[in-house]
Design a protein around this ligand. Structure first.
Ligand SMILES: [Zn+2]
Length: 200
């Protein structure tokens, strides 16, 4: 995981810094509800059936949207990820979020081997894309930049969904590289198994 570069314009820069500083979500969804929904997503993914995965993904997004009092983003669950660069929003390895459509897309299969993606990878992607939606609809971060705060907010939801015991959680440790920050994985015991690819 890596942050975006801080923007140059002062208004965007201010939003970026606010997002960077917001490392915790003041409100979190009900833990049991989120964990139950995440387990159902895991079961659906194991069947390899995109429609079932979508049903459970919609359920998670609905729970999160109710928690934050925002609209639920739409969700499309697709098969093999196309190899393309897309500029209309944010594009990750296994998902994207379209600003205009307020729509998340996740791909269930890897581009290279067509294998079903890992449950943890898919869950992380879904929550990452939801946090873009939350940034724009709930937190007022219209550019929804990848900041240390953004990744920390995703991390909170991810570990809540997985019911990670507190002693197994480590805070995200960042190393500065030029104008961006990257995670120091050597300081963490887990990897979400997903990486970001940004259109630049
Ligand atoms: Zn993103």
């Amino acid at each position: 995981m890596i942050t975006d570069r801080p923007p140059r314009s002062s208004k965007a820069r201010r939003e970026f810094e606010e997002s960077d500083a917001l490392t915790r979500l003041a409100t979190l969804p009900n833990a049991h509800d989120l964990q139950d929904s995440a387990l159902l997503l895991e079961k659906a993914l194991a069947t390899g059936d995109a429609r079932s995965v979508r049903v459970e993904g919609v359920s998670i997004l609905g729970l999160l949207a109710r928690t934050y009092g925002i609209s639920a983003p739409r969700l499309r669950v697709l098969g093999t990820r196309p190899r393309q660069i897309w500029e209309g929003g944010h594009f990750e390895l296994f998902g994207d979020y379209d600003f205009a459509e307020k729509r998340i897309r996740v791909w269930m299969r890897t581009a290279v081997l067509g294998k079903v993606t890992s449950y943890r990878g898919l869950l992380h992607t879904l929550l990452h894309e939801f946090c873009h939606h939350l940034d724009r609809e709930g937190l007022g971060f219209l550019e929804t930049p990848h900041t240390r705060g953004f990744h920390a907010r995703v991390d909170d939801l991810y570990h809540l969904a997985l019911a990670t015991p507190p002693e197994r959680r480590r805070p995200l440790v960042w190393i500065r590289t030029g104008r961006v920050w990257r995670i120091d994985w050597s300081k963490l015991r887990y990897s979400p198994g997903t990486a970001s690819v940004e259109p630049k």
